[in-house]
Design a protein around this ligand. Structure first.
Ligand code: ZN
Length: 256
C-alpha cells in the first residue's frame, strides 16, 4: 500500500510572513514562500499520523483535505510544535474516543502540565487525549496500514528533540547537533527532511551551511529542507542547493 508524506507546514516558529506582515528576504509574490509552522502528516490508507500539532494545524488539515487523524507523534515540547493540540478536539467528538498522542516522557509531562484540561476531567469537559510514552521502536496502525517507526534523540540547543525514521525517511525538523546519535541510523535514506533555519548561525537549529554538511555526510537520495525562516527565499534556495536537495513548501507531498 502506498504511503504518502505531506509537509503541512515548513516555516520557522514565526512563519512567513510574520504576524506583522514582515516577509524578510522572501518574495511575497511566490506562494511557496507562505510558510506556516512545522507539522507533517504520514498517510497510509486510513492510518493518518500527524507529526506535531503546530499553532496552524487547523488550517493545515483543511487546506490538505485531511478529514481524519489516527494519532499524533511529537518531536518536542516547543510552542510551534505543540500549541495546536487543543485544535484536535473535534476528532474526539467525532470518534467519541480519546486521541492517542505519543512522545518521550519529558514532552508528555510538559503537555500534561501546560494543557492539563486536555488530559484529565475537569467540570463540564472530558479529557480528549490519551498520552503514551514511546520506546525507541514502535509501530502505529493495523495490518497493511501499519507504519514502523524508530525514534532518535537529537540535540536542539539546551533541550533534546526526537527525530523519527519510517519507510527509509527521516524527519528531523528541529536539531542543531547529531553527535549523540549513531549516524549509521541515518544512512541509506530515500528521504531526509532536515532542519535548516536560516543563513546565519543559530544556537538551536542547523543553518544552511550546517544542513549541507549533514547532507554531505549522510548522503540520502533526496533531502527536503524545512523549518525555514524568512531570510530564506524559495527561489534563492532552489538556485543555491544541489540537485537532490529541495526547499520545502507548505503542502509538498511525496510518496515514501
Ligand atoms: Zn523547537
Amino acid at each position: 500500500m502506498n504511503t504518502k508524506f505531506v509537509i503541512l507546514g515548513c516555516g520557522s516558529s514565526v512563519g512567513v510572513p510574520r504576524i506583522d506582515g514582515h516577509w524578510g528576504k522572501c518574495d511575497k509574490n511566490n506562494k511557496k514562500n507562505i510558510r506556516t509552522r512545522c507539522s507533517a502528516a504520514i498517510i497510509k490508507g486510513s492510518n493518518v499520523i500527524l507529526i506535531d500539532t503546530s499553532p496552524d494545524i487547523k488550517g493545515q488539515l483543511i487546506k490538505n483535505k485531511i478529514k481524519n487523524i489516527s494519532s499524533v507523534i511529537y518531536t518536542h515540547k516547543h510552542a510551534d510544535q505543540t500549541n495546536g493540540l487543543f485544535e484536535i478536539r473535534p476528532f474526539y467528538w467525532k470518534y467519541k474516543k480519546r486521541i492517542n498522542i505519543y512522545s518521550d516522557l519529558s514532552t508528555i509531562n510538559y503537555l500534561k502540565k501546560t494543557q492539563s484540561y486536555l488530559f484529565k476531567k475537569i467540570p463540564d469537559y472530558k479529557p480528549i487525549v490519551k498520552p503514551h510514552v514511546i520506546k525507541s521502536n514502535f509501530s502505529l496502525g493495523k495490518l497493511n496500514e501499519k507504519i514502523d517507526f524508530k525514534s532518535i534523540i537529537v540535540k536542539h540547543g539546551r533541550i533534546n528533540s526526537l527525530g523519527y525514521i519510517f519507510n527509509k525517511t527521516a524527519y528531523l525538523s528541529d536539531c542543531k547537533d547529531l553527535s549523540i546519535i549513531h549516524l549509521n541510523e541515518l544512512k541509506n535514506l530515500n528521504f531526509l527532511i532536515l532542519d535548516c533555519l536560516k543563513i546565519k548561525s543559530h544556537p538551536t537549529h542547523f543553518n544552511l551551511r550546517e544542513a549541507l554538511q549533514v547532507i554531505n555526510q549522510l548522503k540520502p537520495k533526496k533531502t527536503i529542507l524545512t523549518n525555514l525562516h524568512y531570510d530564506l527565499d524559495y527561489k534563492f534556495l532552489l538556485r543555491k542547493l544541489p540537485k537532490n536537495v529541495l526547499p520545502a513548501y507548505d503542502g509538498l507531498s511525496i510518496n515514501i
